[in-house]
Design a protein around this ligand. Sequence first.
Ligand SMILES: Cc1cc2nc3c(=O)[nH]c(=O)nc-3n(C[C@H](O)[C@H](O)[C@H](O)COP(=O)(O)OP(=O)(O)OC[C@H]3O[C@@H](n4cnc5c(N)ncnc54)[C@H](O)[C@@H]3O)c2cc1C
Length: 470
Amino acid sequence: MSTETALQTTLQTDVAVIGAGTAGLAAYRAAKAAGKRAVIIEGGEYGTTCARVGCMPSKLLIAAAEAAHELRHTGPFGVHVDGQIRIEGREVMDRVRRERDRFVGFVVRGVEKIPEQDRIRGYARFIDNTVLEVGGHTLVRASRVVIATGSSPAVPEPFRVFGDRLIVNDDVFAWEDLPRSVAVFGPGVIGLELGQALSRLGVRVRVFGVRGGVGPLTDPAIRDYAAGTFREEFHLDPDAKVSRMQREGDEAVITFLDREGNTVTERFDYVLAATGRTPNVRGLGLENTGLELDKRGVPVFDAATLQCGSSPVFIAGDANDVLPLLHEAADEGKAAGENAASWPQVRPLARRAPLGIVFSDPQIAMVGQRYADLETGSFVIGEVSFEDQGRSRVMLKNRGLMHVYADRSSGRFLGAEWTGPRAENIAHLLAWAYQQGLTIEAMLAMPFYHPVVEEGLRTALRDALAKLSA
Ligand SMILES: Cc1cc2nc3c(=O)[nH]c(=O)nc-3n(C[C@H](O)[C@H](O)[C@H](O)COP(=O)(O)OP(=O)(O)OC[C@H]3O[C@@H](n4cnc5c(N)ncnc54)[C@H](O)[C@@H]3O)c2cc1C
């Protein structure tokens, strides 16, 4: 029996979008707005990774952690909270899940507004370049396809030894109570955010890394400063030497060298693998297409047009792993949907200024070009420490170090990496300046109110200008 006759339904459409996450929904809407027939296929639950297990629940957990942290640090202001601070894990997780479900609800209601005939439930698999089999019940014959299947936590095989004590970010947001202890592997964005939040909520946390990385930072001075700052608060070893991992009873048992070189064995309720994410391409049947695949099995594509080779297949969002961030997924999805609709005419996506924020405390931010990508000798570094920065000190948030990079010949602002207070806000100012192609001089001609944390940025810009003039 042919695939077609074995399936109950066959559909013909212009654009088939695989995945109803942020990128997929944007792609579907763009294709429809361009006047095309389109369908959106979802194998998992509606609600998007961002709302369900990503950006939103992680920020909810962080908000609870910040409340606990602030309460513990009122003393230096002469404000004393008498009695013990009590963290009720069940209440913490109840609010995280309740608010999370509210955000998911908004997304789901949006999806439900999509005409029913355009929504297909089930996992899609390519039969060839533009024919998809969905959930064993539907055959979709499309003229173009957008892959927007997102990404999943990549868990290294040796961690499997922990069995059901091994968790990923998704599991944290399903907890009904806080555990006593968690070993976090991977001090990247997710590991840092969740590790610090859990620690502030009274969970015994150890964060282990490899090769010294801290968040997405590439500037060694900022990375070392950030590591030192976090280490004052919770155990963080970005270059950990773990010699043994095993499961004993209901616990994960880890043997490692502590920073003094002593061999330590500790037991944990859970091991959180925050060891990176991998594009969801397994099981997509890409081997049935004529698409060229890279060594991870991801179709080779043009990062500007999102087109896979010269085919009518496009790939957007975390699935292509260019910039696994929410606003990038939305932009890429829209561009992929538009290009799929107008194929074979395609247009490059006008990318916004690179912008990344880690919601740790102090926050970490990166704007524009990364330090690691700049050519040695072609730029100067303007620096500011937030330790003596006026407003930061007033608020007792005076931990931080910022580097701004400026092009030696043109004086243009190239990028910045830093950790410090209110970084999420300063990052936006800098991203806007970068996108406008401003020089350091032009940025310094902008207003700075007093007393604000942004005056710290002005100090770094002045330092850069002085170095440019020298
Ligand atoms: C813990 C965490 C915190 C984060 N915090 C932030 C943050 O603060 N800021 C930020 O910008 N970004 C953050 N991110 C990243 C952000 O969430 C992602 O970049 C974004 O959600 C990716 O959207 P997407 O549309 O590519 O994927 P998704 O939203 O994951 O959508 C992919 C969809 O495809 C479906 N699918 C997969 N395979 C198939 C198939 N074969 N057939 C049918 N359907 C399929 C999946 O079920 C899923 O619904 C965070 C991520 C995590 C995990």
